[in-house]
Design a protein around this ligand. Structure first.
Ligand code: FAD
Length: 410
C-alpha cells in the first residue's frame, strides 16, 4: 500500500490548482484521475460551448492567459489544452485512468481505494467536480415514451437530435445557450423558465465579468454571505461566450423561442407550467437592476438600463403526446457524485457538510463547489484563492499531526 501525504481526487482545474499549491509547500502528494487531465472538458461539453468567462479571467495559481485574444472565450478543446499544459508545466503528479472507489478514515488519516490499488494518506482533497451528474427532476420519469430526453452533459449538437420541436427545461446558462442553438437549427423551441439570473454580456462598454471582478462582487466571502444556503444555490448567469452578444429571454423570444413558466408537473402526458413566469421575470429584472446599481455605486456615474423582460401569453400546458415535442433537454443543473465516500460527512440528501471546504473529519477537504469560499469558487478564476487557503489549512493540520506524533513518541 503506497503512502503519500495528500491524495487529491480529480485532475480538473481545481485538483491541478491544489496540486500546484501543495507542491509550492513541498507537500508530497498524488492526483488520482479516473479519465485524463481535464476529463470533464473532454466528455461532458457540447460542441459549440465556449467559456462564458473571458480569457483574461482564465487564471490559476502560477498561470495566466498569455494568448492574443484576452477578451475572447475559450472553446472546450482549448480549455482542455490549457489544463494539459498547466498540468505539464506544474509537474503535477497525476495518475490517469485511476478511479477512486472509496475513501475511508483509518488511524490518523485515510485509506483511498482505487481500481488500480490502495493509497494511504493523512490528508485527502476531493476535487472531483460539482457538475459530475446531471440533476434531472424526478418528474422526468413521467415523460411519455417516444420522446428523447437529453441533458447538457450528453448533448453534442442539433444534428444528433430527432427532427421536431424541443422543450428546453431550465433557463440558466446552459438552457438559454441550447434553446438559442436549437432554435437556430430550425426547430420550434419552448423554454420552461424558472428562477434565473439575467445579466447583459456588456455593460458600460465592458464585459459584465470585468465589472463583477473589478468591483469585488465575485470576491464576496462565504462567511460574509447573508443566506449562504441560498447563495450556494443561485443559478448560473444567462450568458454565452460570444463577444458583445446577450442571450436573455427578450432576445430569445424576439427570435421566436416560446417562453413558458417553470415545469411544475407532467400529468397524463401533458406538461404543466407554472403561471408565475411574469413574477419570475420581474424578480430577475429587479435583481439585474440591483446588480447594476452596485456596479454604478462602485464605479461612479450611471450606466444604461435594460428593457424589462416582456412576457406575452405563456402556455400553461403542452401535450407531450401530440407529436409537437420530440426532444426534452433537461438543463436543470448538475450535482456532485460522492457516492463512494465512506466518511460520515454527508447529510441525509447526500450533500457534503463543510465549512469553506474544510470538513468535520480532520484532513478531509473539498474544493470546486459553488460559493465554497467565495462567490467565484465555481469558476476557474476562483480556484487560486480557495486552493491557497485550503492548502494553508491542510499544512496546519499536518503540522499538528506531526506535533502529536512527536509528543506521543517522547
Ligand atoms: C457547461 C459548463 C460550462 C462552464 N463554463 C464555465 C466558464 O465559462 N467559466 C468558468 O470559470 N467555469 C465554467 N464552468 C464551471 C467549472 O469551471 C467547471 O465545472 C469545471 O470543470 C470544474 O472544475 P473542477 O476541477 O472542480 O471539476 P471537474 O473539471 O469536473 O474535474 C473533476 C475531475 O475529477 C474526476 N473524478 C471524478 N470522480 C472521480 C473518482 N471517483 N476517481 C477519480 N477521478 C474522479 C473527473 O474525471 C474530473 O476530471 C462550467 C461548467 C459547466 C458544467
Amino acid at each position: 500500500m503506497p503512502d503519500t501525504t495528500a491524495v487529491i481526487v480529480g485532475a480538473g482545474h481545481c485538483g491541478l490548482a491544489m496540486s500546484h499549491c501543495l507542491a509550492a509547500r513541498s507537500v508530497d502528494h498524488v492526483v488520482l484521475e479516473r479519465g485524463q487531465v481535464a476529463n470533464s472538458w473532454r466528455t461532458g461539453r457540447w460542441d459549440s460551448l465556449r467559456l462564458l468567462t473571458p480569457n483574461w479571467m482564465t487564471r490559476l495559481p502560477g498561470y495566466a492567459y498569455r494568448g492574443t485574444d484576452p477578451d475572447g472565450y475559450l472553446s472546450a478543446p482549448e480549455v482542455r489544452a490549457m489544463l494539459e499544459d498547466y498540468a505539464d508545466t506544474s509537474g503535477a503528479p497525476v495518475l490517469t485512468g485511476t478511479t477512486v472507489t472509496s475513501v475511508r478514515a483509518a488511524g490518523d488519516g485515510y485509506v483511498v481505494r482505487t481500481d488500480q490499488g490502495i493509497w494511504r494518506a493523512p490528508a485527502v482533497v476531493l476535487a472531483c467536480g460539482a457538475a459530475t451528474l446531471p440533476a434531472v427532476p424526478p418528474l422526468a420519469r413521467l415523460v411519455p415514451d417516444g420522446i428523447t430526453s437529453v441533458t447538457p452533459a450528453g448533448y453534442r449538437n442539433p444534428g444528433e437530435l430527432p427532427r421536431g420541436g424541443v422543450l428546453v427545461v431550465g433557463a440558466s446558462a446552459s438552457g438559454v445557450q441550447l434553446a438559442d442553438e436549437l432554435h437556430r437549427s430550425g426547430r420550434p423551441v419552448t423554454l420552461a423558465v424558472g428562477e434565473h439570473v439575467r445579466v447583459p454580456r456588456t455593460y458600460r462598454a465592458r464585459d459584465i465579468l470585468w465589472w463583477l471582478d473589478a468591483s469585488g462582487v465575485l470576491d464576496q466571502r462565504y462567511d460574509e454571505a447573508g443566506d449562504l444556503a441560498r447563495a450556494r444555490n443561485v443559478p448560473s448567469m444567462q450568458l454565452v461566450g460570444s463577444p458583445g452578444r446577450t442571450v436573455d429571454l427578450n432576445v430569445l423570444s424576439a427570435a421566436g423561442v416560446r417562453l413558458a413558466g417553470r415545469l411544475a408537473g407532467i400529468a397524463g402526458g401533458v406538461a404543466q407550467f407554472s403561471g408565475s413566469l411574469p413574477n419570475v421575470c420581474a424578480l430577475a429584472d429587479l435583481k439585474l437592476g440591483r446588480l447594476l446599481n452596485t456596479i454604478d455605486a462602485w464605479a461612479g456615474g450611471t450606466g444604461e438600463r435594460f428593457a424589462p423582460t416582456v412576457v406575452r401569453s405563456a402556455p400553461l400546458g403542452l401535450d407531450l403526446r401530440s407529436g409537437e415535442i420530440s426532444t426534452i433537454v433537461w438543463a436543470t443543473g448538475y450535482r456532485p457524485d460522492l457516492s463512494w465516500l465512506d466518511v460520515p460527512v454527508l447529510d441525509r440528501r447526500g450533500r457534503i457538510r463543510h465549512d469553506g471546504g474544510v470538513t468535520a473529519c480532520p484532513g478531509l477537504y473539498l474544493i470546486g463547489l459553488p460559493f465554497l469560499r467565495r462567490r467565484k469558487s465555481s469558476l476557474i478564476d476562483g480556484a487560486a484563492a480557495d486552493a491557497a487557503e485550503l492548502t494553508r489549512h491542510l499544512a496546519g493540520h499536518l503540522d499538528a499531526l506531526a506535533g502529536r506524533r512527536m509528543r506521543s513518541a517522547s
